[in-house]
Design a protein around this ligand. Structure first.
Ligand code: ZN
Length: 256
């Protein structure tokens, strides 16, 4: 199994990172992709991928990461990708987040646009973070169909939005919040995603699946999201797991 989206470099794991990784292995997680949210954390994610077997990384600027010097930050991301081709499998996480307001929508659109250009330039798939902005993000992507398709991480839309993302060639990934009681629309979206476009993730340390809501999330819990989705679409958990693993390998061109 692969946890396709985690942030294990964060300080929330400083006390017990090795135990967290051991528990992930015991739960059947063989690979973890750590996702950067700015230049510094992209570098941390890449360093973890250098140091540990089965780890990969993405590099990018999150829509709510403040950027004073955009040109400098983009140069930093570009350099990290160029210097670490074995470790860096995607540009991300990038996107739009209108829920928080650290960064204005106008600035977010500029940072996103530059990073879509970057993805095109380096030929890597994109990992999208999107909150309260799915309509606007879909519109942008529908206009820029030349961008190498990637994945909507922690998908937030309903079945209609999922269909539009799928039509563009994107994969759709569900985090632990799909297991929550009030997540009916998200669960409808999950039912609309064909098995060959589905990815599994935790977004650790955020969004733990039921019954760990409110706790720190960790990659071992990806098994709970897998089991929940399998129940939702009425397939054996092993089938969901194998499909998601295969999809993640293919999308990010992971070495075995
Ligand atoms: Zn994330």
């Amino acid at each position: 199994m692969i946890d396709s989206h985690a942030h294990l470099y964060l300080e929330q794991f400083d006390e017990d990172r090795d135990s967290v990784i051991r528990r992930a292995e015991e739960a059947g997680v063989s690979s973890i992709i750590n996702i950067g949210i700015d230049v510094e954390t992209s570098s941390s994610a890449i360093n973890m991928a250098r140091d540990r077997e089965g780890f990969f990384a993405s590099a990018g600027i999150h829509p709510q990461s403040p950027v004073e010097d955009l040109e400098g930050a983009l140069a930093g991301i570009r350099e990290l990708i160029a210097a670490n081709p074995e470790q860096t499998v995607a540009v991300g996480e990038i996107g739009l987040d209108y829920y928080w307001d650290t960064v204005t929508p106008q600035k977010q659109l500029e940072v996103l646009d530059c990073q879509l250009d970057l993805a095109l330039e380096v030929g890597l798939p994109v990992i999208f973070h999107c909150r309260d902005a799915i309509e606007e993000l879909l519109k942008i992507l529908e206009e820029r169909s030349e961008i190498p398709p990637g994945v909507f991480h922690c998908f937030e839309g309903g079945p209609g939005e999922a269909e539009r993302g799928l039509a563009l060639g994107y994969h759709i990934s569900f985090a632990g919040n799909v297991t929550y009681k009030n997540a009916e629309r998200l669960q409808q979206a999950a039912k609309a995603v064909p098995l060959n476009r589905l990815l599994l993730e935790t977004d650790s340390p955020y969004l733990p699946p039921h019954p760990h809501r409110g706790e720190r999330n960790e990659p071992a819990f990806v098994a709970l999201t897998r089991d929940f989705l399998a129940g939702l679409i009425d397939l054996p958990a092993s089938e969901v797991e194998n499909a998601a693993t295969e999809n993640t390998r293919r999308l990010f061109r992971l070495r075995a």
